[in-house]
Design a protein around this ligand. Sequence first.
Ligand code: HEC
Ligand code: HEC
Ligand code: HEC
Ligand code: HEC
Ligand code: HEC
Ligand code: HEC
Ligand code: HEC
Ligand code: HEC
Ligand code: HEC
Length: 279
Amino acid sequence: MRTKLTLQTFALARCTWLSAALTAALLWLPVHAQTAAPEATPASAPVAVKAPPQDAKCMECHDDIFEEKVIHVALEKGCTTCHTQLDAVKRPHKSTGPLPHGLKAKEPEICLSCHEKEKFKKKSTHKALEKGCTVCHDPHSTSQKKLLKSAIPELCFSCHEKKNFAGKFTHSAVKGAKCASCHLPHASDNAVLLKKTPTETCLDCHDEIKEAPHVMAGFSGKGHPLGDEVHTSPVENPLRPGRPFFCGSCHDPHKGDFPNLLRQDPKLGMDVCQKCHQK
Ligand code: HEC
Ligand code: HEC
Ligand code: HEC
Ligand code: HEC
Ligand code: HEC
Ligand code: HEC
Ligand code: HEC
Ligand code: HEC
Ligand code: HEC
């Protein structure tokens, strides 16, 4: 359903919209030609985690677990903190419980026995968590920070199609592989796992948009109004019911076919506005 929004300022808006979009297209082209290196997720300073004395026997064969740079602090408590149902005297070892590897509990419960449950359940929760924690984290040690199995964005691309994050025009923030500059990996109180409210997420790097006449100077010099700056609760995006109306309603946050990452062809002129506004 299309929201009935009325417009009196069309004529005023038109010229700036078109010319600005054109100039912007020319200005931004070289920027898109650049490619940035993927965001490095280097391991932070190694934590001195050591196996406790009761694991000495296990270490005779499993010392490789401590070889990587980032080691899970939980290992200090011993292998049997998690592998409670294991008969490791024989080889191959035998699981004495119902779970593989002699594990104490299933995921995510086994992890949430030490990590705060509340952090993983918020208004928007990552569906990836339904597959457990070790789809992204190694339970023992890795070369990546935060025990990640691989660096961002490769980690994300193991489930999200890479092709959806590069196009004719790719947002510099995405080219820089900075998924984490906008999204949280587990859960968020904001929509779509966003770190902050949708508008704040964009203004974090584009603060100037708040001041600069944007889209068209006609709106008392302030540009197109944004739902969540005016209303206590966000206004709905007329084109995507259930999603908030914000910068990302006109601009694709990842990539697009049009200059300025616009979701609609700016050549359509006022027709772009009419996708949301009726005459
Ligand atoms: C914090 C909980 C935890 C601790 C502590 C722990 N493990 Fe594990 N371990 C796991 C989980 C979870 C898996 C299953 C991983 C998977 O399914 O990908 C696993 C799997 C394994 C495996 C089989 C898969 C692989 O990665 O090779 C071995 C071997 C293993 N653990 C050895 C050990 C040893 C030895 C210790 C002690 C030095 C230890 N673990 C301590 C949670 C733990
Ligand atoms: C003599 C060498 C040796 C010792 C000692 C040893 N392991 Fe292992 N462990 C292995 C080998 C080899 C494997 C892989 C094949 C197998 O299951 O035997 C393995 C596999 C495992 C696995 C994965 C089992 C699975 O079902 O995937 C776990 C967990 C594990 N070991 C934990 C331990 C713990 C905890 C100890 C100490 C109490 C220990 N091991 C002592 C050699 C050893
Ligand atoms: C016995 C308690 C315990 C269990 C069980 C446990 N952890 Fe941890 N974990 C810790 C402690 C302690 C730390 C270090 C303090 C912190 O960052 O919270 C830690 C840190 C981490 C970190 C951050 C590492 C870093 O470099 O900052 C990750 C990721 C993590 N755990 C994942 C897991 C996953 C996944 C599981 C389940 C397979 C799990 N943990 C199970 C105790 C545990
Ligand atoms: C989709 C991948 C993914 C899944 C699934 C996932 N994590 Fe994480 N986790 C991450 C990323 C990415 C970071 C690093 C965030 C950063 O760099 O600030 C992280 C960071 C952490 C940390 C470090 C502290 C923090 O919050 O930054 C802990 C502890 C942790 N995860 C535990 C878990 C546990 C427990 C589960 C399962 C309930 C889990 N993670 C599931 C991707 C994941
Ligand atoms: C184990 C698979 C897996 C991994 C790894 C993974 N995701 Fe997801 N993610 C999903 C699934 C499943 C969904 C729900 C369906 C969808 O929107 O594609 C989802 C949804 C999302 C959503 C939309 C959430 C919403 O509320 O609509 C965002 C944002 C997201 N993922 C970001 C990331 C980022 C960033 C990473 C890397 C740090 C990542 N994902 C890694 C499986 C994964
Ligand atoms: C500049 C901020 C920003 C960056 C960087 C970013 N995203 Fe997003 N992402 C968003 C916003 C905003 C939305 C919601 C768009 C909407 O609802 O209109 C979103 C939506 C998503 C969704 C849900 C599907 C969709 O398209 O609506 C997934 C999955 C996702 N992002 C994954 C990623 C991954 C993976 C990366 C890194 C390669 C990434 N994002 C980088 C801001 C960003
Ligand atoms: C991590 C910083 C960061 C965040 C967050 C961010 N951007 Fe950007 N954005 C950039 C950079 C860098 C450029 C390249 C031009 C520049 O230097 O200003 C850019 C350029 C743009 C452009 C100009 C067209 C283009 O392709 O160059 C648009 C439109 C844009 N961003 C929209 C958004 C929207 C909408 C959001 C929120 C979903 C957002 N940005 C969040 C960093 C960011
Ligand atoms: C109603 C649609 C619409 C909304 C909402 C919108 N923009 Fe734009 N934006 C445009 C159009 C059209 C352009 C092309 C040139 C122009 O008119 O300024 C543009 C251009 C841009 C540019 C590149 C040129 C410049 O002025 O720097 C950036 C960056 C940008 N927008 C960021 C944002 C951010 C951040 C928000 C949210 C605070 C936002 N936009 C909200 C339509 C919109
Ligand atoms: C993606 C949908 C979308 C597009 C495209 C869009 N608008 Fe809007 N517009 C809205 C929403 C939603 C509001 C209400 C915002 C609020 O209440 O804060 C709004 C408010 C306005 C207002 C304030 C007066 C009113 O009716 O509340 C004007 C004027 C306006 N838009 C003009 C335009 C023009 C001109 C264009 C084309 C350049 C345009 N809009 C493109 C969704 C859109």
